[in-house]
Design a protein around this ligand. Structure first.
Ligand SMILES: *Cc1c(COP(=O)(O)O)cnc(C)c1O
Length: 360
């Protein structure tokens, strides 16, 4: 897997330019969607990013170590500090608080230690994480619940930003504004990648893009304006010409015509190549599409490379599973999933090569 860090930084600058009045953060949870949070975090820090979001305190601790002395606030979405306050303090992590209990715990900790920052997550219609309107009303009625806490910002998350005309977008924005109006004044953060593309009314003070930084398509049915970032290649272990009609792979349910050339690659579902791609996915060799045939195994998959120049299908040659023309979203479509899931599941055995980092 080759990750183009210069393209990540360009994508970050391009998103920031769409919202000149807002600061642009970066979501690097799940190891920056599988691309490597340390390398991506350092590249974005060099580009000027000062606010990073991760999912868990462990991810936050690793990112703090990678960023070392760089100025950065690291926020943890999954920010309940029940047994973890020391880790939050030790790595200077800021929790995103989404329940009244979590707020009470952090307030108690903050009061005992001279004050702490936190973000508040409001649930405005996604019904996943965050204070719902009655919870927010409780905070508004008893502002002491925030004692000791400096509000970094108040945030919410859009459920349908990838569908620009979905009525829930405007409904969530109205709910967000109504809830914010009753809480102590604080900067606001609302837009993920697709939310940024919804326009200025959704930008507020801080953007939270993830997927668009990594070159994924975030609005259904529209051309993807972001630079592609990821190339995923697998090595051919063996190639053969089959001399009679023959089945291939587990189950023996796919028959290959005599005279076909097959190539077996060192990548399977344990590496994140979805099993759902069996008999319907594709890769590319020298720019020519080649279909996956038979089932995807744990460590291996087989492609029909009939007609490809023999010099390109010898053991040691590579097949592109993801490249600029057949990108993560294209592979995802073949597997019946989304590009986010493809990238986030690329396995630990796949070597990450980061390019373009130094110039930022
Ligand atoms: C993952 C996440 C984001 C980033 O979403 P993208 O669609 O990848 O831009 C932003 N905010 C929250 C709360 C998230 O969980």
């Amino acid at each position: 897997m080759t990750v183009d860090l210069a393209a990540v930084a360009d994508n970050w600058r391009a998103l920031a330019r769409r919202a000149p009045g807002a600061a642009c953060g970066a979501v690097v949870k799940a190891d920056a969607y599988g691309l490597g949070a340390a390398e991506v975090g350092r590249a974005l820090s060099r580009a000027g990013c000062r606010t990073f979001f991760v999912a868990t305190p462990a991810e936050g601790a690793a990112l703090r170590q990678a960023l070392a002395a760089a100025p950065a606030e690291i926020l943890v979405f999954d920010g309940d500090v029940e047994d973890d306050a020391a880790r939050y303090d030790g790595h200077r992590l800021t929790p995103v608080l989404g329940t009244l209990d979590a707020l009470a715990r952090w307030s108690r900790h903050a009061r005992a230690h001279g004050g702490r920052r936190a973000a508040l997550m409001l649930d405005t219609g996604m019904t996943r994480l965050g204070l719902d309107p009655p919870d927010a009303a409780a905070v508004a009625a008893e502002p002491d619940r925030l004692a000791g806490i400096e509000l970094a910002f108040v945030m919410s998350h859009l459920a349908c930003a990838d569908t620009p005309h979905h009525p829930l977008n405007a409904a969530q924005k109205a709910a967000f504004d109504a809830m914010r109006a009753r809480l102590p004044a604080a900067p606001a953060s609302f837009a993920n990648s697709a939310g940024i593309l919804l326009g200025a009314g959704f930008h507020y003070d801080l953007l939270r893009p993830g997927a668009a930084l990594y070159g994924l398509s975030v609005v259904s049915g529209r051309p993807n304006p972001m630079q592609r970032v990821v190339r995923l290649q697998a090595r051919i272990l063996q190639a053969r010409i089959v001399d009679s009609k023959t089945p291939v792979g587990y189950g023996a349910d796919r028959l290959i015509a005599a005279g076909s050339t097959l190539a077996t690659i060192a990548m399977g579902y344990a590496d994140g190549l979805p099993r759902a791609l069996g008999d319907c996915g594709s890769g590319r060799i020298g720019g020519t599409p080649v279909p996956l045939v038979g089932r995807v195994s744990m460590d291996l998959a087989t492609l029909d490379v009939t007609g490809i120049e023999p010099g390109l299908v010898r053991p040691g040659c590579v097949v592109d599973l993801i490249d600029d023309e057949h990108d993560a979203d294209a592979l995802a479509a073949e597997a019946g999933t989304i590009g986010y899931e493809i990238l986030a599941r690329i396995g630990g055995r796949v070597r990450r090569i980061h390019r373009g980092g130094a110039g930022g």
